[in-house]
Each structure stands twice: as C-alpha cells, then as structure tokens.
Design a protein around this ligand. Structure first.
Ligand SMILES: CC(C)(COP(=O)(O)OP(=O)(O)OC[C@H]1O[C@@H](n2cnc3c(N)ncnc32)[C@H](O)[C@@H]1OP(=O)(O)O)[C@@H](O)C(=O)NCCC(=O)NCCS
Length: 328
C-alpha cells in the first residue's frame, strides 16, 4: 500500500527523506554524477522561485518509509501559465511496483486542476524513464547534450581578443542597477533558443525579474556570476552575456546557466568572448572549481560550436518528455 503525502511545510526530516530518495535514484541511473547534498536539497525545497508555485508529495509505504518523491512547478508568469514541470524519483529497490505511477497520477491531477496544458519532465537519456514515460503517454520533445569543460584545459585565448565597439563587464549576484534594464533586454534574446517540440512558451524579462531570480539563488546560498559584453556608445545595449552558478557547498563543479547574444550583435564572436572571460574569472576567483557543466539542445549548433571551441566535451544526454494534458 502506498500513501501519497502532500508536503506543505518542509521539515528537516522531509528534506532528509527527499534527499535519500533522490540520491539513491541518481546513484542507480547516473552513477558517475555528483549527488546533491542534504543542504542543497533543503534549500531547493524551501526557497521557491518567484515565477512559479510548487507542490510537493512524498510516497510512503505501509511502514511509513519514503520510497518516492514528486515536485510540480506551476509557472505563474505570462507566457508560461500553460506549463507545469515535474520532478519524479522512486527509490531503486521499490521501482516497478506502481509508486511512480501513483505519484504521476497525483501530479497530473493537480496540473489539470490548475488548468495546465502541458506537463514536462527531464530525464536521463539512458535508464528506465523512456519506458515509463512511453507507458504513461508522454512523448519525447527535446534531446539535450550535456557537455563538461575542464577549467584547467579550457582555451581562453579569446578572452584577449579585440572586439572594437564592445567592452566586457562582470558582476557577482544581482545585476548593478545601471545595467539592469539592458540586462533584462539581453535576457529576452534567450527566447529564440531551440526548444524542439516542447510547449515551453516564452519568458519576458524585466529589471525586477532579473533581480528576483538573483535573490532566489542568493536565498539558496548559491553564487551567480555574470559576464557581459556592452556596446560602447550607441544605445549602450548589452550585446551578450553568460551566467555561471556555483551551488552552495559546491567544491568542484559549476553549472552553466544562460548564454545569449542579442540578434543585432550575432556573428561577431561575442558568445565565445564572454564565455572565455568567464573561465578566466573562474580560474582567478574560484580556483577550486575544476569543471563546468552545460546542456544544449542537440540542434543548437551555434552554441555547441562555441562550447567546443572553448574546450567543452560531450558528457551525456538527457531528454525532455511532455504529456499533453488536454488530449490525454
Ligand atoms: C521513471 C520512474 C519514476 C518509474 O517509477 P516506477 O515506480 O518504477 O514506475 P511504475 O512501477 O509505476 O511503472 C509504470 C510502468 O512504466 C513502465 N516501466 C517503468 N520502469 C520500466 C523499466 N525499467 N523497464 C520497462 N518498463 C518500465 C512499465 O510499463 C510499468 O508498468 P509495469 O510495471 O506494470 O510493466 C523511476 O524509474 C525513476 O525514479 N527513475 C529515475 C528518475 C527519473 O527519470 N524520473 C522521471 C521523470 S518523468
């Protein structure tokens, strides 16, 4: 017998149980990958993004042992109010006994009650998820390559390149006020990123929204680094930028967040320039960080080419699956 328990407040005990399930699940499916710490899980569960509401459930067996977890993000900002995102893990020794299906049915019910059109979930390219998702009516809508960069081996020569008409700026945490509007405009350039058949919608960034995103990361104890190329003179536009996050307590691996170059400034090597400068910063400011992980849609050929020039190499693949809630 499985009980699905909604979590409204996340206690230390809940976070510990959640961590145990996620760690065991990742160890089974992605044994080479670093696993989150309890503190990182606690921070993720207790600090909610400003652009979504979140529902959490634990699956407990008859003895009260937690054997599965599910989290549902219900996006609240215009352009994404049709979308829900699922995280689902079942502890390996309790798989194939219907726990995943129970949790999924609960999450789908909540997404439908909230009038969502599409439910998406990311999962490793290998392992049981493909079969589970096929059995439960999902389709595969996007294939992503995860790449890893060895920071010591990266080719950062491009950071020295001349880009007449542009200058590099960088900051840690929240964007400085004088750059906030230009940064929000540059972030809107991410909206033409290839998303396959995923019903992703669009995100519209404003100065307040970029500040809010930085606040959420800071509340979780994560460090956000940004490097940007500014147009000198002219309209003073932010032509491109790249973001790296170092999770709280992380000692080795940093995560690539956005990189974008605004359409009017593409074709001048600015993507490689800002990324090379970021690696230089990482070496100088965070010498313990040995590698950077990024993920790119497999058909995002420009971004993949930039990453390869810097020294990123293929690591593993993931897939995004989507359940169309109006038709199923
Ligand atoms: C994917 C996952 C959640 C499935 O959980 P589960 O409790 O084993 O799923 P269920 O027992 O409800 O399986 C339902 C159906 O999915 C299919 N299925 C699940 N795992 C399968 C596997 N390893 N091989 C073949 N089919 C599988 C079967 O049709 C199964 O029905 P059946 O057992 O009656 O044949 C679990 O494997 C997991 O935690 N994976 C890692 C995290 C992840 O990828 N999450 C997915 C996000 S959607």
């Amino acid at each position: 017998m499985i009980n699905i328990v909604p979590l409204t407040q996340v206690s230390t005990e809940d976070a510990t149980a959640w961590h145990a399930v996620v760690s065991a699940s990742l160890a089974a499916d992605l044994p080479e990958e670093p696993r989150p710490t309890v503190e990182q899980i606690r921070a993720q569960l207790s600090v909610v993004g400003r652009d979504n509401r979140r529902l959490l459930w634990l699956a407990a067996d008859a003895d009260g042992a937690v054997v599965g977890v599910a989290g549902l993000r219900l996006f609240t900002s215009p352009g994404q109010q049709h979308l829900a995102e699922l995280e689902l893990h079942v502890t390996p020794e309790r798989r194939r006994s219907g726990v995943g299906s129970h949790l999924l049915a609960t999450a789908v019910g909540a997404a439908r009650d909230d009038e969502r059109r599409s439910l998406v979930a990311a999962a490793p390219g290998e392992g049981p998820t493909g079969a589970f998702c096929a059995a439960r009516g999902f389709r595969r809508v996007l294939a992503l390559d995860h790449l890893l960069l060895d920071v010591a081996d990266a080719d950062v020569a491009e950071a020295e390149a001349e880009h007449p008409g542009y200058e590099l700026v960088g900051w840690t945490g929240t964007v400085p006020d004088e750059l906030a509007e230009a940064f929000a405009s540059a972030k809107n350039a991410m909206n033409d990123m290839p998303m396959g058949d995923m019903d992703f919608g669009s995100r519209t960034w404003t100065a307040d929204r970029v500040r809010a995103m930085a606040e959420v990361l800071a509340d979780r104890g994560d460090l956000l680094l940004t490097t940007a190329a500014l147009e000198k003179g002219g309209k003073g536009e932010m032509a491109g930028y790249t973001e790296i996050v170092i999770r709280s307590g992380e000692t080795r691996r940093a995560l690539q967040y956005d990189t974008a170059v605004a359409p009017a400034h593409r074709g001048h090597g600015l993507g490689l320039w800002v990324k090379a400068e970021m690696v230089r910063r990482l070496r100088a400011e965070h010498p313990g960080i040995e590698e950077v992980e990024t993920d790119n849609a497999q058909d995002n050929t420009h971004m993949i080419a930039v990453n390869h020039r810097l020294g990123f190499r293929f690591h593993r693949s993931t897939h995004e699956y989507q359940l169309d809630l109006l038709t199923d």
